[in-house]
Design a protein around this ligand. Structure first.
Ligand code: SAM
Length: 249
């Protein structure tokens, strides 16, 4: 009787995502990290999270909930019926937690990230270089979509953009506040040319700062179709305040 030997230490999900030369590099790095851990060396910097083998770097000042409520994206996309696609764009990406976790979990072939903050962009580039996945990721420093070439064409856009209107002049944190909804307005006014026909935008919003009725007209005047909005729920069925605005383009 013939036997098939399966090396369980190899993550076979990676095999379908990488060309052979890159796969070899990724597996070599994984093996090296595993070895270093075994002898007790600390290989990861203090500020890093890992998604299915992809290490994502950040700094305390870059974190904008992508590693907390942003982690719900995987569940939300599955629940909404999205499956693996060619290209995903994470808008207002910060270090790219959401985008990198979707790439690492096989939700897309290629990823684009953009943020206005040069430090976030630097971190996102460091992540791509460290994991040997530069050829799968395009990263732009961009004010909304202004710095992104129109050759970029996406099936799916995800984002947890700034969620609140400023209450007064002291609310200047660009991770939290979107004055007059200018970022949202500009995004929805210019996203259409970057979308593959039938592509979707799934934007994570916060019901403590906005409601569906604010963004619906922006979607429609940008040429998109509002599909649905759905709240995030915890295990007891309670909303945690976050909701997704889904539109089709
Ligand atoms: C709520 S944070 C989300 C960051 C990251 N996705 C996360 O979850 O940690 C909002 C992000 O929007 C970025 N941002 C603010 N204004 C922007 C603009 N005009 N264009 C592009 N990005 C912007 C901020 O730099 C910040 O990284």
């Amino acid at each position: 009787m013939s036997r098939v030997y399966v090396d369980k230490s190899i993550d076979f999900r990676i095999i379908e995502r990488y060309p052979a030369h890159m796969l070899a590099r990724v597996l070599a790095r994984k093996a090296q990290r595993r070895m270093l851990r075994t002898v007790g060396c600390v290989t990861l910097p203090e500020r890093a999270v890992m998604y299915n083998g992809v290490v994502v770097f950040d700094t305390p000042k870059l974190h904008g909930e992508g590693i907390t409520v942003g982690a719900d994206y995987l569940r939300a996309l599955v629940t909404l019926g999205f499956t693996r696609c060619d290209r995903i764009f994470e808008f207002c990406a910060g270090p790219g937690y959401i985008g990198y976790s979707l790439l690492a979990n096989g939700f897309c072939e290629r990823l684009t990230l953009a943020d206005i903050n040069p430090v976030a962009v630097k971190m996102a580039r460091r992540t791509a270089a460290y994991n040997g996945i530069e050829s799968l990721v395009n990263i732009y420093q961009s004010d909304v979509l202004d710095g992104i070439p129109v050759e970029e064409q996406w099936n799916l856009v995800v984002s947890n953009p700034p969620h609140f209107l400023p209450r007064d002049a002291s609310d200047t944190n660009i991770r939290a506040f979107d004055p007059d909804w200018r970022i949202h307005r500009r995004f929805y006014a210019s996203i259409r040319k970057f979308m593959k026909p039938g592509g979707h935008v799934v934007m994570q919003e916060n019901s403590h700062g906005s409601s569906e009725g604010i963004f619906k007209p922006m979607i429609e005047s940008g040429g998109g179709t509002f599909v649905t909005s759905c709240p995030e729920k915890d295990v007891r069925g309670h909303s945690n305040g976050m909701y997704y605005m889904v539109s089709c383009w």
